[in-house]
Design a protein around this ligand. Structure first.
Ligand SMILES: Nc1ncnc2c1ncn2[C@@H]1O[C@H](COP(=O)(O)OP(=O)(O)OP(=O)(O)O)[C@@H](O)[C@H]1O
Length: 293
């Protein structure tokens, strides 16, 4: 697998604060590469250093095996977390304006179809819903037909349906063979979209690999979950159950045995759920705090 981009010992300090603390990784061509971590982990600073927007304090970034040059600038597309869209322009005017900035923009019709913008081409950009706005920002990131697309927390604040819709769009970009670098603090998004992941916390990489490999490496167990009322405190202690929001969670290496033990203790199993470990569980295991805190 060819690596399109490599980052070696990248570091960024703001005064005494180290936002990114000596991280290294490689991004394979044609894959969706994710930077997953909570707020303040250093994800945006990392991709902004790669994009060339923020100067690293130290470290090396190479694109196609060489230092980034004009080719890199031509071959990337960036969807920022927030862009001051020309709010008094309509969607088609914004698209035409951005297309005019590039010598060989993609045909606008194709972009409109891909990003599902057709229904509101004549609407003011200011009047778009969150999901529509993200789709327009994505179209702008794709306008120069980039090889490498950066998506910085593209679904933050979107409702579940808009998020799933956006995930499908990311799938269509991947199917075109483009490489995607995505930052997110949603573990389900990372698990769904990313072929490779680095998990960041406080400026450092705490784990990296494919989502499945990361979970297999760190977990043998599954979680047996029961609603809060199902266990009293004695039983919770006996089964080493952990309280997570309104549920008890029992880590189990042998579900059959765990269920037999619960039944023998006369525990009501009506609320029983069994779930595999997630990247959220992994983050909690590695750091002692949740991704959502
Ligand atoms: N220009 C700056 N000056 C000082 N500190 C900064 C600057 N930019 C970022 N930081 C700090 O660096 C750390 C990493 O920030 P960064 O935005 O990269 O995190 P993030 O993982 O992208 O978080 P979020 O999900 O909130 O965007 C934070 O503590 C942030 O306050």
């Amino acid at each position: 697998m060819t690596n399109l981009l490599q980052v070696h010992e990248l570091r960024k300090s703001y005064g005494a604060h180290t936002a990114v603390d000596g991280i290294s990784f490689s991004i394979p061509a044609g894959q969706c590469f994710g930077l997953l971590g909570p707020n303040g982990a250093g994800k945006t600073t990392t991709i902004e250093m790669i994009e060339g927007i923020v100067n690293p304090s130290s470290g090396v970034i190479t694109y196609r095996g060489k230092p980034r040059d004009e080719t890199f600038k031509r071959e990337i597309g960036i969807q920022f977390q927030s862009t001051a869209l020309m709010d008094y322009l309509t969607v088609d005017e914004v698209l035409a304006l951005f297309a005019g900035l590039y010598p060989q923009p993609q045909p606008i019709d194709a972009l409109v179809a891909q990003c599902q913008l057709g229904e509101f081409l004549t609407r003011d950009a200011a009047k778009l819903s969150g999901g529509q706005r993200q789709r327009l920002l994505l179209a702008l990131a794709l306008i120069n037909d980039p090889e490498l697309v950066f998506l910085d927390e593209p679904t933050t604040g979107l409702d579940p349906q808009s998020r799933h819709n956006f995930w499908e769009l990311v799938g269509t970009i991947k199917a075109q063979g483009k490489t995607i670098v995505l930052t997110t603090h949603y573990m389900d998004e990372a698990q769904h979209l990313c072929d490779q992941l680095v998990i960041m916390d406080r400026g450092k990489i705490i784990a990296q690999g494919t989502p499945d490999a990361l979970l297999n490496q760190h977990f043998d167990e599954v979680f047996v979950c029961l609603q809060a009322g199902a266990l009293n405190s004695d039983l919770a202690t006996r089964f080493q159950a952990e309280r997570v929001r309104d549920q008890w969670q029992l880590a189990s290496n042998d579900v059959q045995q765990t269920l037999a033990d619960l039944m023998a203790a006369d525990v009501c199993l009506t609320s029983l759920q069994i779930r595999p470990p997630t990247l959220d569980d992994l983050f909690l295991k590695l750091t002692g705090h949740s991704l959502r805190e």
